[in-house]
Write a protein that binds this ligand. Structure first.
Ligand code: CA
Length: 700
């Protein structure tokens, strides 16, 4: 072993010297990180070695060179074009002077963290037609590093370890193997601990069965798997937890998979040797189609604790029993100790889509508090005796559209939240938004839909959509988890604001939908600095590190993701510039290349199709297109109300012919006829005409 270690060490020394990296200690290979090093992350605050920096995932840095007195001198140090116009959600990792980043289509890069010089890039060549399966953009939320390897998870389900020195793949595991070919995708960041890599997946909007797996970080061998919902009860259950969960379901839920995907937050607790899994929404959304007899449908919308070594169930807390609003519990979780009621408790904190801020005892799963942080119409609060939300009658919608808050995008989504142990506050972006929910008239299990009819063209839906647009609000909140109340807030013009970083310099740093990076005092929320126009929106979380004695703040800037898809606001110009990684430091003087000119949408052609065709197109749009292109064709990855003349001409070539497959827009010929695609075209055009006057007013 000594000989082998010696060789690796020698390679590392050569690599560090050859790369000329200021931050790399001689004798260390790139990404030379293990569990002990991550567990002691505070001893080397200049590094950021896992997605939330520490195993507690606070997104908090002890660094203080950039602070509430100096942050006014921030300027751009370097930037790197990510060669995509799609969303970028990842938090970079920095180890010993090397910054590792992952962008759209899982393209992975290593940079000299001081200069931005590209050391290597690795393209896992994700088949572009997989893009159609990703409900919420082709994003990745991050990567992991372990003992000289960078570990990524790809949209098409591969877990890949890449040599951190060369960018060459070392091993690859198919994490979808053995699960029956459901339309899964992966957008979450792998977590690594104790020689194991954890990864979940997404796909509940199309119908899948969720699970989390652990793999050997050295070899890629599968070690354990925990399903988050039960499978077909005519077959043996995988474990006692599945047997218990199956008692809370009815009908033939397994035909649509049931959902419950763990697509983002999975947290390792080194003290209690537990893994906390944030579990997603039901598949299909509408409970009467999923589980006709009702029931809680465990473990949908739950936090589930399992043993880190074996994946064996320990406890769960279900946030939204019988979930049917896409209220996932997949949002970020932060672990810390809090003094509550005179006792120090080991807690887990989460602010999920359903609008409650939860504090749980993470040893037992006991609910300590559940407090609304937005206006909710689906509930009047949580009964602390039972831990269950008190649902309003109207919220459990049928075929008549009901306006519900929060919307499916959530009061808080994936955007990382930060916890400062100095202020005792949790910081996260909040969205106050309504959505018009209705069940479809019927649903065929296994038909890859949500069972909801959340589009449509009826007057009632139009009125509800208008109300939703008029009443959308967004802000950055500082939440006191002990007092269970808001400490301060910074209002924003609309939703779409980024993940959050807190630092010991009394700072909270967040990208804004105004295309800026903003810095606030962590104690009061007073603004300390805000960048100029950075050309796109940093929906990702900033992170910070040091190289050569200088502190840097890095953030991926690229508009997109799930929230962009459900945005109800008017015409947008948010993704005109390519996504970039931006890195700031005190006294930085770099400048961005000028933004490409905004191409104004032309006046939409007159509507020539009959009302019946437009209505039919609206229904087909809602079923097939709305997840990516927005409710009522507003916003989304690409706002289809803004089509250029050449796109109108090419519409059927794109939708049926698949001519833009390489950009992620694969053919829909398997589910749509040419006539149906043309009716969608007519519907989209009718929507563009309808909103054209509003757009012209806004542009004036
Ligand atoms: Ca979902």
């Amino acid at each position: 072993m000594g000989f082998i270690n010696g060789r690796i060490l020698a390679a590392g020394v050569l690599a560090a010297a050859a790369l000329g990296l200021a931050g790399m200690d001689a004798g260390r290979r790139p990404a030379d990180v293990d569990g002990a090093r991550i567990a002691a992350a505070d001893r080397e605050p200049g590094n950021w070695m896992s997605t939330g920096r520490t195993y507690n995932e606070e997104h908090f840095s002890p660094l203080t060179q950039i602070n509430d007195k100096t942050a006014g001198k921030l300027g751009l140090a370097w930037s790197y074009d990510l060669d995509t116009f799609r969303g970028v959600e990842s938090t970079p990792i920095v180890v010993d002077g090397v910054l590792y980043n992952i962008s759209a289509w899982n393209i992975t890069m290593a940079h000299d963290a001081r200069t931005g010089r590209l050391l290597w890039s690795y393209d896992p060549k994700v088949p572009r037609d997989v893009g159609r399966l990703a409900c919420c953009d082709i994003v990745s939320r991050g990567l992991a590093v372990w003992k000289g390897k960078v570990i990524i998870a790809t949209l098409d389900g591969r877990l890949i370890a890449v040599d951190a020195r060369t960018g060459q793949p070392v091993w690859s595991a198919d994490t979808f193997a053995g699960e029956g070919g459901w339309p899964y995708t992966i957008t979450g960041a792998p977590r690594v601990f104790d020689g194991k890599v954890l990864i979940g997946n997404g796909g509940s909007e199309l119908g899948v069965r969720g699970y989390v797996s652990a793999y050997d970080a050295e070899t890629g061998k599968k070690l354990w798997r925990f399903h988050t919902v039960p499978g077909d009860p005519s077959k043996p259950f995988e474990n006692k937890a599945m047997e218990m969960a199956a008692k809370t379901w009815s009908g033939e839920w397994w035909k649509q998979g049931g959902g419950g995907t763990a697509w983002d937050s999975i947290v390792y607790d080194p003290k209690l040797k537990l893994i906390y899994i944030g579990v997603g929404n039901g598949a299909p959304w509408v409970q009467k189609f999923r589980s006709p007899g009702g029931g809680d449908n465990l473990f949908l919308s739950s936090i589930v604790a399992v043993k880190a070594d074996t994946g064996e169930y320990v406890w769960h807390y279900q946030e939204t029993p019988g979930e049917q609003w896409d209220y996932t519990a997949t949002q970020p979780m932060i672990l810390t100790d809090l003094k509550i009621g005179g006792r120090t408790r080991q807690v887990l904190m989460q602010a999920p889509k359903n609008g409650f801020f939860y504090v749980l005892d993470r040893k037992t799963g006991e609910l300590l508090s559940a407090t609304p942080f937005v206006h909710q119409t689906w509930t009047t609060g949580v009964d602390m005796k039972t831990g269950r939300p008190i649902e309003t009658k109207e919220a459990r919608y049928g075929e008549t559209p009901v306006l519900v808050s929060p919307h499916a995008g959530g009061a808080h989504n994936f955007n990382p939240m930060a916890y400062s142990p100095q202020t005792g506050l949790v910081y996260f972006p909040v969205v106050q938004a309504y959505m018009s929910y209705a069940a479809a008239a019927s649903f065929v299990p296994g038909s890859r839909g949500t069972g909801a009819s959340y589009g449509g063209f009826e007057a009632e839906r139009r009125q509800q959509a208008a109300f939703a647009v008029a009443n959308e609000k967004a802000w950055l909140v500082a939440w006191d988890p002990v007092k269970a109340k808001e400490a301060w807030r910074v209002p924003y013009p609309r939703d779409g604001n980024g993940g959050v970083l807190a630092t010991a310099g009394n700072l909270v740093i967040e990208g804004t939908v105004k295309k800026t990076l903003a810095v606030y005092r962590a104690d009061t929320g007073a603004k300390v600095w805000e960048s100029g126009d950075i050309q796109s929106v940093p929906i990702a979380a900033p992170m910070t590190y040091t190289v050569g004695g200088e502190q840097y703040v890095a953030v991926n800037v690229g508009w997109g993701g799930g929230l962009a898809h459900v945005q109800a606001a008017a015409f947008r110009d948010l993704n005109v510039a390519p996504a970039r990684l931006l890195v700031f430091k005190l006294g930085g003087t770099a400048v961005l290349p000028p933004a490409p000119p905004v191409r104004q949408p032309p006046e939409p052609p007159p509507v020539r199709a009959s009302e019946a065709v437009v209505k039919a197109g609206g229904e087909l749009f809602a079923k097939n297109c709305a997840l990516c292109h927005g409710q009522q064709a507003q916003g989304g990855i690409k706002d289809l109300r803004q089509m250029q003349p050449e796109t109108h001409t090419a519409f059927l070539d794109i939708v049926i012919g698949g001519s833009r497959k390489d950009q992620g827009m694969a053919s829909f010929a398997d589910v749509l006829t040419r006539d149906q695609a043309e009716s969608i075209h007519q519907y989209v055009n009718a929507r563009a005409r309808e909103d054209w006057g509003e757009y012209q007013r806004a542009a004036r």
